[in-house]
Design a protein around this ligand. Sequence first.
Ligand code: AKG
Ligand code: FE2
Length: 484
Amino acid sequence: NFFKSYADELSEIADRVSANKEEYIIHPINQYHLIKRFATQWTEVNQLLDRFNRTGTKVHKAIKNAAHLFPKEEDIKGSAEGILRIQETYNLNTSDIAKGNISGQYSLKKLTTDECYHIGKAAFNGGLYDRCTQWMQFSLQRFEEGTQNFSKAHAEEYLKLLTANRIWIAPVLKLKNCFIHIPHTKNNLFLLHFIRTTENKITFYRRRPIVATKAHISSDDKSYKFSDDKKFSKVCRGDVKIPKHVERKLHCYLHTNNGNPWLMFNPVKVEELWDSPHIVQFYDVITSAEVDKIKKLAKPSLFRAIHVVSDEEDDDFQKAAYRITKISWLNDTSGPVIAKLTRRISEITGLSMNTSEELQVANYGVGGEYPPHLDVASEDEQRIYMLDHPEGRRIATFLIYLSEVQEGGGTAFVEAGVTAKPIKGSAVFWYNMYPSGDIDIRTFHGACPVMIGNKWASNKWIREAGEPFHRQCKLDRNADNRIF
Ligand SMILES: O=C(O)CCC(=O)C(=O)O
Ligand SMILES: [Fe+2]
């Protein structure tokens, strides 16, 4: 019976998906279901085959051969967290998501009682207590609709816990460090959990505010603090309007880099995204065929990226294992397509590639994001990394989009309040340092969570040592960058 119902379920999905697999896979709820099927149901199939001694069958062999590639429990958790990250960033309704509706696009199946429960649990563990309440309520609602064998006591337990503790959560959140002194702490499991998650600070959805170190700051301003997580989400949603006086200065034009022969008959299309710091987007810098070649070269060596997060308190560095991006590095000998792209970046920007980094290729999955950061190291960090990087700091970033993203996944410049849209074949370019050599903290930026889609992007970081003849330093600390 189990095999039969599972086979029916799969063939129904296969029938409805076969026409457009890509469209199926880019929806976060479909991905969640797919990951779940591999992490749990196929394992169940395997166990049943073992139990009934059907170990020689074709399907058993297939599962055995591929089992090491299957997603694991932690991947289900990761994808539930991805859904929550999308929900938090883009202010989505719990009821919409439970119905499978993400920004107007529906998943093949809606979320079941136990799936709502599990997302609720992930919300609780991330300290999102109000969200947890909503998800548990939806779990119970689905249960009333009579979908499946799920013990509703689990969800009720969470709701009870949250209702009983509601009175003190809000004030305690405000007091933060004082709550440790509340008496009877040890007897309150919920409070202990709360303290633990709050103390950890980094949760999957809440990005740690980054404080500029002294070396980041060029003038007398000693206490510059970057905008918080809320601002990043707001910019990602496109809720920050470009002021009229800035908009008036932004243009689109064709660029030949002062009559560069490579660009004379095929000028590059430029759109200014911001005036100060000057941020531009180039269009059609790479063809679709070249993109396919780059992805093919990168795929075998993609590995999960680890973001380095600056620690607020001791200014030390900590690694946070956000499992949401995969990256790979390609150099000019990896293939002619890479060497050609490197030369093209040089023609467009007028900068030397002699001290540039290899091309970084990144792939973002469900809810994949890169929290706000500066691409350039502070002076203190550079002193530490000097031996590794005699070619100096990252003077400029050339960020190429290798795919479209249906919803979300833009690059948000938090201070400016503008988000670059991932358009396949285009590239965003900006200087991370002022002409004086000071770091331009206004270039603080991050990759917004991918809501629907599969995002591919590629970074070419250009380092300072190769540029003295291409980009003159200026003694005036107030001199601003102008790309062209
Ligand atoms: O992928 C993006 O949109 C931005 C990525 C980024 O900022 C980085 O890799 O440093
Ligand atoms: Fe970056």
